[in-house]
Structure formats: structure tokens, C-alpha cells
Design a protein around this ligand. Structure first.
Ligand code: FAD
Ligand code: AMP
Length: 479
């Protein structure tokens, strides 16, 4: 094996694999070091996202939603089904095959682009050298590269009050691999991951209680959307207890006893299984020699500037290792940006136009500023809000819950934020991303022709509503 590369990437998740592919596209001799062993016991690319994150969670969310629909809403469409049952093993097998297809796809892309996949662990040493320890037990060796991209991602935060206990108290990875539906499931943390995983098992019949320390649901989501989300989750039977801080867990018996405190005092709940979903932290364990020169920011992420340069010239850090939202698309675009920057191109991720999505049902998605953020900044603003109940397509498919909301600058009409709770919010929000990227105004969207009947018409109507011009809802002008 050669030990000299133009670019070495440590980590083969969305950030790392995209960086490696783009670097190879630029003609650089590129290697990507990845230590992960996948569910089949073989080395796997794709990182958290493809193996134990975005993709398997969406596979289970989709399977569980189909089950829920067959039970709850087919009859409304005149479809009679008796004896609907869930086969968890088959559902998990399907999930695993989706994961295998996608992770294998990255390996093929590496081959096609001539990226060398080094299966093992990478560690950054002083002077930009890299120690590579192969997975196959071979001797470690020192590699060198002009440019190093750190893309080691993140891992679940563990809390001392709820240590993991195999098959009983699990993190998100364990919760994606349950072999049966728990009767009573506890979830610590009502963040994106807790809500998505809680939804999966609740749809399949588990009684789910979510314990959240903070007393506001989805505190960083626009208030109006978060309120609607709270109402919908309640209707769906998700028991979300806010202001509930977990104090201890007891796994001595067959079940898990959880003690938590809220404003009324201490309470104990008993569950078959408990998911700990209290956030993720950068995966810097064993990644850096003490004299690597790479530094950390005040929140313990690897310090990176706007173009992901660390304090060491020629060493970059991207994705969940660095500041900003822990999202796969953010990691991926940072990877592409760094490879372009190394090639001498001027590329800059637009950090103001990165959407976030919660894949509950209905989905929740947002990009840009919330109404409260704009209000707090003292800006002169306007909002346009239209419910999906006024949308023909949403009604036709029985998905007329939620709304689209725009927040815009009242002086120059520029769109500042878009917020959606409703059907296909994950897809609709991309219209807000494009609008923000192009510096679009509310009028730009008002003047566009949207196909009928589509969910996107609610985007159009919400833009119209910002100026009291909506056609399909009755609006009264505020004085
Ligand atoms: P990762 O994907 O974490 O990849 C890093 C890789 O580096 C890992 O495979 C690791 O094995 C490897 N590595 C670490 N250290 C070393 C080393 N020293 N040597 C060699 N290899 C190393 N985001 C979304 O945008 N949408 C979603 O729907 C979504 N759903 C999620 C659901 C769940 C349950 C979870 C847990 C996460 C989800 N995320 C989602 C977040 C998303 O997975 C991450 O933001 C994304 O994977 C970050 O990409 P990354 O490339 O920075 O790191
Ligand atoms: P996120 O970081 O978005 O995945 O969300 C994790 C959530 O877990 C946050 O909303 C935290 O408030 C919550 N959390 C963290 N520790 C505890 C705890 N001990 N008990 C209950 N909730 C917690």
C-alpha cells in the first residue's frame, strides 16, 4: 500500500464519503479511512447516517406508517382489511437490505471514482501524519497526505442516570434493532431522534412515554408549528411529559424503572424498554494525538472556520465533528466544499439556508428564522400562514393536517424563514431553501404559477397570505 496521498479523509459518513468522491473528481489521489463494521459483520461505508441513522430510521418510520394506515385509515378509503399484523423480523430484514444496498452503493462509487477505502482506524498525529490501524489486525502504519479531512462524525451521549443495559436501556442504534414491539416503551429526550423512534414503536402498538427535561416542546422550532406538533402527537397517543428530568433508572428486575422529577415532585414509571435519546457528541475518541495541533471550540467541537479549516494548515474538519446542525446534508455539503477549496475553488456552504426535518407524521420542517427570532431582533416583519385544510390535494389524500408559514421582512419583502408541519413537509421545505438561497421575496412566490392540485399550492397561498391576498382562506387584515 502506498503511504502518500493528496487527500486522506478519516470517516466514511455523508461528510467523509462526499469529500473523498469530490476530491477524486478533482483528480486528487484520495483515500478514505473508515473503521465501521456493519450489521452483516463486514466493513461498511456510509457512517451513522446510512448504517444506524437517517436511512434505517426512515425505513422503520415508513414501514410503521404503512401498518398504522392499514389499521387506522384504509377503512375511510373504503378498503377493508382484516387481521392486519406486524412481522417485526420481516420489517427489520427489509430495513437491513435498504441499508446494505446504500452502503454497498458508496463502495461502488469509491471504486468508480478511484477512491482507496482503507478499512480501519485513523489517528491524526503531529505534522499532519496519519496513523492507520487496519481492521484485519495488520500492523499500524504511518500515512502522509497534503490535505487531511477529519470526518469522524458523532456518537450518542450517555448519561450517568441511565447507563445502557443490553436490550433494555438502549441508544438510538439499539432502538432501531428491537426484535419485538415493546408493550411499554420509555424514551428520554423529545428531540428529533426521540420523537422519530418513539413514533415508530408507538405506531406498531407500544405504549410510549417520552420524558423531556425542558418544559417547552421543540424549543428551537417556530412556536406556532411546535404548538400544532404537540396537539398532533397527543392525538396520536404519544405521552410526552415536559419538564420531566430523569433522576435514575433501575434495571434489576425484568423491567426498567425510571424515576423522574417534574414540578409536582418525583415519580416512577416502569417500562419494558427505555431509549436514551439525549443528544449526540463529536466522536473525537482516539482521533487525535495530543500533539496533533487541532483545537476545540467552547462547546467541545473541533474548531473549524467557515470553510472548515482547523488550526493546522492543511487539516480540515467537517460534519458532526464541528459546529452547526448535526445533519447529514450539512455534513455532505461541507465535505464537498472542503474538496473544492483544496482544489482552489471558492465554494461556501450557505449556513443560513440549511433545512431541518423531523420525520414524524405529519412531518415538521423549517429553514431560516422563526417568528420569535425575527421579533427578538426588533425587525419589522410579516407572516403568512395557511393550513393544509384549505388544500384540495391534502384533503383528497386524507392528509389535511398542519400548515405552511412564512416569515418575511416587512420593509423589503425578503423571505426570512419558512416553517411547515404537514404532509411531505420534508419535500416542501426545499422550496424555502431555494427561495432563501436566491434571496427571493414573498412577491416572487406570489407571482409564480403552482400546479393544481398539489401540496405546494399551500406554499403559494402562505406567500399570498403574508400580504392578505390568499384566495382559499378568509383573511381579515390586522389593524
Ligand atoms: P457520521 O455519519 O457519523 O460518520 C462518521 C464515520 O466515521 C463513522 O462511520 C465512524 O465509524 C467513522 N470514524 C469515526 N472515527 C474514526 C476513526 N478514528 N477512524 C476511522 N473511521 C472513523 N440527519 C439528517 O440529516 N436526516 C435524518 O433523517 C437523520 N436521522 C438520524 C437518525 C438517527 C437515529 C441518528 C442517530 C442520526 C440521524 N441524523 C439525521 C444525523 C446524521 O446521521 C448525522 O448528522 C450524519 O451522519 C453526520 O455525518 P458525518 O459524516 O459527520 O458523520
Ligand atoms: P436532541 O439533542 O435534539 O437530540 O434532544 C435531546 C433532548 O434530551 C433535549 O431536549 C434534552 O433536554 C433532553 N434531555 C437531556 N437529558 C435529559 C434527562 N436527564 N431527562 C430528560 N430529558 C433529558
Amino acid at each position: 500500500m502506498t503511504d502518500k496521498y493528496d487527500v486522506i479523509v478519516i470517516g466514511g459518513g455523508p461528510g467523509g464519503y462526499a469529500a473523498a468522491i469530490r476530491a477524486a473528481q478533482h483528480g486528487f489521489k484520495t483515500a478514505c479511512i473508515e473503521k465501521r463494521v456493519g450489521a452483516e459483520g463486514k466493513p461498511a461505508l456510509g457512517g451513522t447516517c446510512l448504517n444506524v441513522g437517517c436511512i434505517p430510521s426512515k425505513a422503520l418510520l415508513d414501514s410503521s406508517w404503512k401498518f398504522h394506515e392499514a389499521q387506522q385509515s384504509f377503512a375511510e378509503h373504503g378498503i377493508q382489511v382484516d387481521g392486519v399484523k406486524i412481522d417485526v423480523a420481516a420489517m427489520q430484514k427489509r430495513k437491513d437490505s435498504v441499508v446494505a444496498q446504500l452502503t454497498g452503493g458508496i463502495a461502488s462509487l469509491f471504486q468508480a471514482n478511484k477512491v482507496t477505502w482503507l478499512q480501519g482506524t485513523g489517528k491524526l498525529l503531529a505534522g499532519k501524519a496519519i496513523e492507520f490501524t487496519p481492521l484485519d489486525g495488520g500492523a499500524s502504519q504511518t500515512l502522509n497526505a497534503e490535505h487531511v479531512i477529519l470526518a469522524a462524525g458523532s456518537e450518542p451521549v450517555e448519561i450517568p442516570v441511565a447507563p445502557l443495559v443490553e436490550d433494555k436501556v438502549v441508544d438510538s442504534t439499539g432502538a432501531l434493532a428491537f426484535t419485538e414491539v415493546p408493550k411499554r416503551l420509555g424514551v428520554i429526550g423529545a428531540g428529533i431522534i426521540g420523537l422519530e423512534l418513539g413514533s415508530v414503536w408507538s405506531r406498531l402498538g407500544a405504549e410510549v412515554v417520552v420524558l423531556e427535561a425542558v418544559d417547552t416542546l421543540l424549543a428551537n422550532v417556530d412556536k406556532q408549528i411546535a404548538r400544532e406538533a404537540g396537539k398532533t402527537f397527543k392525538k396520536q397517543g404519544l405521552d410526552i411529559r415536559l419538564g420531566a428530568r430523569v433522576l435514575s433508572t433501575d434495571t434489576d428486575g425484568d423491567e426498567v424503572k425510571v424515576t423522574y422529577a417534574d414540578k409536582d415532585g418525583e415519580h416512577t414509571e416502569t417500562f419494558d424498554k427505555l431509549i436514551v435519546a439525549v443528544g449526540r457528541r463529536p466522536n473525537t475518541n482516539g482521533l487525535l494525538a495530543p500533539d496533533s495541533g487541532v483545537t476545540f471550540d467552547e462547546r467541545n467541537y473541533i474548531f473549524a472556520d467557515n470553510q472548515c479549516r482547523t488550526e493546522v494548515t492543511g487539516v480540515y474538519a467537517i460534519g458532526d465533528l464541528v459546529r452547526g446542525p448535526a445533519l447529514a446534508h450539512k455534513a455532505l455539503e461541507e465535505g464537498v466544499m472542503v474538496a473544492d477549496v483544496i482544489a482552489g475553488e471558492h465554494t461556501q456552504v450557505n449556513y443560513d439556508a440549511i433545512a431541518a426535518v423531523i420525520y414524524t407524521h405529519p412531518e415538521i420542517a423549517w429553514v431560516g428564522k422563526t417568528e420569535d427570532e425575527v421579533k427578538a431582533a426588533g425587525d419589522n416583519y410579516k407572516t403568512g400562514v395557511v393550513p393544509f385544510a384549505a388544500n384540495g390535494r391534502a384533503l383528497a389524500s386524507g392528509e389535511a393536517t398542519g400548515m405552511v408559514k412564512f416569515v418575511a421582512d416587512a420593509d423589503n419583502d425578503r423571505i426570512l424563514g419558512m416553517h411547515v408541519i404537514g404532509p411531505q413537509a420534508s419535500e416542501l421545505i426545499q422550496q424555502g431553501v431555494i427561495a432563501l438561497e436566491f434571496g427571493a421575496t414573498i412577491e416572487d412566490l406570489q407571482l409564480m404559477v403552482f400546479s393544481h392540485p398539489t401540496l405546494s399550492e399551500t406554499v403559494h397561498e402562505a406567500a399570498l397570505a403574508a400580504d392578505f391576498k390568499a384566495i382559499h382562506i378568509a383573511q381579515r387584515r390586522r389593524k
